[in-house]
Ligand binder design. Structure first.
Ligand SMILES: Cc1ncc(C[n+]2csc(CCOP(=O)(O)OP(=O)(O)O)c2C)c(N)n1
Ligand SMILES: [Mg+2]
Length: 560
């Protein structure tokens, strides 16, 4: 009950601030440590999603942060609740996603005794959050929450962790609210843009690479118009394929795991690279082999919202501290040269992409995940969101799905298993009208598969495809490459995933051959329930390009 003497509890001030900053969703696993904050949600216009484990809760919030560019919000309890939430915080860090994690904390007077579940959150999250703090004084909540929203979204976005001592939350204060925050745009200077134009005019073989966060549908559209006017080939970074329309004549493909060799050759052979928003980290740079470090042979123009990222690994010829949204908005002012010397090359780059992704390779066994992705991409609406975690199965997803709109790809740049299911649930909660699909491996699914209960609880009909090959296939692959024939710690004995779905109150079905998939998918869709389609995949189908036995034989031959 709210008082009418002009004072509020700290918890009430906190939740009021969230409402003012535009928060509409909160994900949580409850804990007695922040029971006063939970109470303050009562009668507030914020949808709460109660989850089954904190890693799923934090990933759901992170997925909303990715999709909206505004901080995803998660509440967890102290100690084990907080440490369970760490994977979502790490994803937000590596994926440059705004996220605010609130952690209940022991009462202030018990500090430093190792009270029940006591942790020092500044120390625990010090190296994986952008900012970790604890609020001692209720009167400073408006200031510190405002700062949290600015830190999470500013420059290169990332996670903020805020501990809330339990006794602090019930203290009463009279304090004015802080006004709503707005993410701060960072604009390139006029001089920057004229230098970009000069470098493009001098180029013979330019290419653009898009990555990172701080994009929008408008920015992607502006960038596509620019690419068109300049006939520039455009590649996307690892798990950022949704930044450019794959059907666009300038699209050259994505730099992920197992990329198109022709795209790699094109980037290596370019004389000008416009890297917009991305960091060209270990995965897209193919273990830092794509560009020379620190001085790339190509003329590198690096556009990034985080000043600390410019010159961090690669010395750019031109560094521009700007958000992709602001940079894209200024591209209209650039003029193409009279002669586009690379014009003939751009359709070739697009044809290379199509040749790589149009038709799936053949794989051993009756289920071909590539053919399934191709069949799916033909029937789902263009704004369908496809989510995934980590594992070899994701290589098929990224290669054969077409992410046709901004925000249709939710996948961890950090490579965290277990991301796809919570991401799909977070997304479906945000946009119930959209088709949301998660593709998971058998290992991947069970990292956060308990959240299927959350999908059922909130009637969120996500469709989950579990590619079950009975192993941690990616690690088995590395094993066969480095220690051929010596299988240790990578076999899995799995449940009946379709029965699992039904036991939770969802739709479940098993698919044993490719041709059966689409009818089952349609039934899953028609059921209106959260669904799991259990795909039985031959473990021999290791990658689109090589079988398990061939991987082993290749490694053995190299040793002989
Ligand atoms: C949280 C987490 N733990 C461990 C790993 C290491 N890892 C990467 S892929 C993988 C196996 C994935 O297995 P599965 O989901 O069955 O997919 P598959 O490779 O078999 O297609 C493992 C264990 C990881 N990336 N993330
Ligand atoms: Mg597997």
């Amino acid at each position: 009950m709210r008082a009418n003497d002009g004072t509020r509890t700290a918890a009430e001030v906190l939740i009021d601030q969230l409402v003012i900053h535009g928060t509409r969703h909160v994900f949580c696993v409850p804990g007695e440590s922040y029971i006063a904050a939970l109470d303050a949600f009562h009668d507030r216009d914020i949808a709460i999603t109660i989850c089954r484990q904190e890693s799923g809760a934090t990933m759901m919030a992170e997925a909303q942060g990715k999709a909206t560019g505004r901080p995803g919000i998660c509440f967890v309890t102290r100690g084990p609740g907080a440490t369970n939430a760490a994977p979502g915080v790490h994803i937000a860090q590596q994926d440059s996603t705004p996220l605010i994690l609130f952690v209940g904390q022991i009462a202030r007077e018990m500090r430093e005794r190792e009270a029940f579940q006591e942790l020092d959150y500044r120390a625990v999250f010090g190296s994986i959050a952008k900012w970790a703090t604890e609020i001692d004084d209720p009167a400073r909540i408006p200031e510190l929450i405002s700062r949290a929203f600015h830190v999470a979204t500013g420059g290169r976005p990332g996670p903020v962790v805020i501990a809330l001592p339990e006794d602090m939350l019930t203290e009463r204060v009279a304090v004015p609210d802080a006004p709503a925050f707005e993410p701060v745009e960072i604009w390139p200077g006029a001089g920057d843009m004229s230098r970009v134009q000069k470098l493009i005019w001098a180029a013979e073989r330019p290419i653009m690479i898009l990555g990172g966060s701080r994009w929008s549908a408008t920015a992607c559209a502006a960038l596509a118009r620019f690419a068109e006017r300049f006939a520039l080939p455009v590649a996307t970074s690892f798990r950022r394929a949704h930044l450019f329309d794959p059907d666009h004549a300038c699209y050259a493909g994505d730099l992920g795991i197992g990329p198109n060799p022709k795209l790699l050759a094109r980037v290596k052979g370019a004389d000008l690279i416009l890297l917009v928003g991305g960091r060209l980290g270990e995965i897209p740079s193919q273990a830092y082999t794509l560009l020379d470090i620190p001085a790339p042979r190509q003329t590198l123009v690096h556009i990034h919202p985080g000043i600390e990222e410019l010159g961090r690994v690669y010395r750019p010829a031109l560094a521009i501290n700007a958000t992709p949204t602001a940079f894209a908005a200024t591209l209209e002012g650039l003029q193409p040269p009279n002669e586009l010397r690379w014009r003939e090359q751009t359709p070739v780059a697009h044809a290379d992409f199509l040749a790589w992704t149009d038709k799936p390779t053949t794989v051993p066994g009756p289920v071909n995940l590539g053919e399934i992705m191709v069949a799916l991409r033909k029937v789902v609406p263009p704004d369908t969101v496809v989510c995934n975690g980590a594992g070899n199965f994701s290589v098929w997803v990224h290669r054969y799905n077409r992410y046709r709109r901004y925000g249709t790809q939710l996948a961890p740049i950090s490579g965290s298993m277990g991301y796809g299911i919570p991401a799909a649930i977070g997304m479906k909660r945000l946009a119930p009208e959209r088709t949301v699909i998660a593709v998971a491996g058998d290992g991947d699914f069970l990292m956060t598969g308990q959240e299927f209960a959350t999908a059922v609880q909130y009637s969120l009909p996500v469709i989950i495809i579990v590619a079950d090959n009975g192993m941690y296939g990616t690690i088995r692959m590395h094993q066969e490459r480095h220690y051929p024939g010596r299988v240790v710690g990578t076999d899995l004995q799995n449940p009946d995933f379709a029965a699992y779905a039904r036991a939770f109150g969802g739709y479940g079905a098993t698919v044993e051959k490719t041709a059966d998939f689409m009818p089952v998918f349609e039934m899953a869709r028609a059921s209106g329930k959260p669904a799991i389609i259990h795909l039985r995949v031959d473990p021999e189908a290791l990658l689109p390009t090589i079988s398990l036995s061939a991987t082993r034989e290749k490694a053995q031959a190299a040793r002989a």
